[in-house]
Design a protein around this ligand. Structure first.
Ligand SMILES: Nc1ncnc2c1ncn2[C@@H]1O[C@H](COP(=O)(O)OP(=O)(O)OP(=O)(O)O)[C@@H](O)[C@H]1O
Length: 397
């Protein structure tokens, strides 16, 4: 950690490995969380999210690796000695205590009666609960209200960091969104450093400043929400974070000034929808294989990048689904095996059989068919690269 990191990094976990018996549930986990920010750890069920949260909270000591808070090694420090609050999936409120009692429970021992009253009133206000609600028991509240009480209780100790373990998953869709927004606002107002664990991609993208994608016990990608959504590091991550349109492609030319196939390089790629600007995103790509014009692979676009255009490529609508705010359609292009999905805002559904013309807006991401990515690809699949007679360009590894 350098001096600049020390100024802003609140949490740093490095090289974390966790095993349960023979099962390795986390490995090579490196994550930095800056003070005052919100990080979402998102991944499918069983990917190790809760285990990682437990390591950070101090309920689980990893086999390898270390956890640092403000630069201090706390790997073996007990949970109650770390200034970290935890909000569980169901809130874990005490059923026999009323709301005020639950919140007061979070206050340090020895807090005077007057101070308790002041803090509880302050916290009730912070989480927008009324004095009337303060005297109710948890079973007399809605799910969203219960989660706000749980947050107030966790904030009572004024922890440096709050960990949220799937706190919205028991709520129905509408309540889930409003509670999420309310809790996000509270955490912003209080400047609390937060880590949210969720399996819900939309939740992760809308809640956090930084999203960490966990798969099979490994962090595949860490970045800003728009970064991981628009430039996911591999196909699996792209599909996990939202609908992905995958088209066969081949690199044709690099744009001026682009010398290598390293991450961030922009190329043109052929696709069934015409030429598309694509980016090579994986920071771990061994570039030697990509500095060959004609390299084959897949171009990833998001459905909202596919638009109807008179000048576009012809296709036939197979089906359409109406969601109110947007409409999706599956369109079959001639010569392309899998139908592709497009998403239109505020549009009426397209009838099956309708002929449409499609074009691409913006740039895509290129995943080479040859992948020897050590960090991201669980199973590297070497395939031959079609070079189309191009001369390999020098690699600048
Ligand atoms: N105490 C334990 N003993 C043995 N195995 C465990 C234990 N806790 C978790 N596991 C296993 O570790 C793996 C990761 O579990 P974890 O709960 O961390 O995943 P998760 O991503 O939070 O899953 P979910 O979203 O379903 O809660 C799973 O295969 C789980 O069965």
């Amino acid at each position: 950690m350098n001096a600049t990191d020390n100024d802003t990094t609140m949490l740093q976990v490095s090289g974390i490995e966790v095993r349960f018996g023979d099962q390795r549930v986390l490995h090579d986990i490196d994550l930095k969380v800056r003070a005052g920010t919100t990080t979402a750890i998102v991944g499918p069920s069983g990917s190790g999210k809760t285990s990682l949260l437990r390591v950070i909270a101090g309920f689980l000591v990893p086999e390898h690796g270390e956890v640092r808070l403000h630069g201090e090694d706390v790997t073996s420090v007990a949970a109650h000695r770390r200034s970290i609050g935890l909000v569980a999936q169901d809130g874990a409120l005490f059923p026999h205590l009323d709301v005020a009692g639950n919140i007061a429970f979070g206050l340090p021992r020895g807090t005077s009666r007057r101070e308790r009253h002041r803090r509880v009133t302050e916290l009730l206000e912070l989480v927008s609960l009324t004095a009337d609600q303060a005297s109710r028991r948890p079973d007399q509240l809605s799910g969203g209200q219960r989660q706000r009480v749980a947050l107030a209780r966790a904030l009572a100790r004024q922890p440096e960091m709050i960990l949220l373990d799937e706190p919205f998953s028991a709520l129905d869709a509408g309540l889930r969104e409003s509670t999420r927004q309310a809790i996000r606002d509270i955490l912003r107002i209080t400047g609390t450093t937060t880590i949210l664990v969720t399996h819900d991609q939309d939740e992760a993208l809308s809640f956090a400043d930084q999203v960490a994608v966990l798969k099979d016990g490994r962090l595949r990608q860490i970045g800003a929400p728009e970064e991981v959504y628009t430039r996911p590091c591999d196909v699996e991550t792209a599909q996990f974070l939202g609908d992905a349109v995958l088209l066969p492609g081949a690199l044709t030319s690099q744009l001026p000034g682009q010398l290598t196939g390293k991450a961030g390089a922009v190329w043109d790629s052929t696709t069934p929808l015409g030429s598309v600007n694509v980016e090579l995103v994986c920071p771990n790509l061994a570039t030697a294989h990509l500095t060959v014009s004609g390299a084959a692979g897949q171009v990833m676009l998001r459905p909202e990048q596919i638009t109807l255009s008179d000048q576009g490529v012809a296709g036939t609508v197979l089906s359409s689904q109406y969601f109110g705010h947007d409409t999706t359609a599956l369109v079959q292009l001639e010569g392309v095996e899998a139908p592709l999905r497009l998403r239109q805002l505020n549009a009426v559904p397209l009838a099956a059989g309708t002929q449409v013309h499609l074009a691409v807006q913006g740039s895509g991401v290129f995943y080479p068919a040859f992948s020897d990515c050590r960090a991201c690809s669980a199973r590297p699949v070497p395939v031959s690269i079609e070079t189309r007679g191009a001369t390999p360009m020098p690699s600048f590894l």
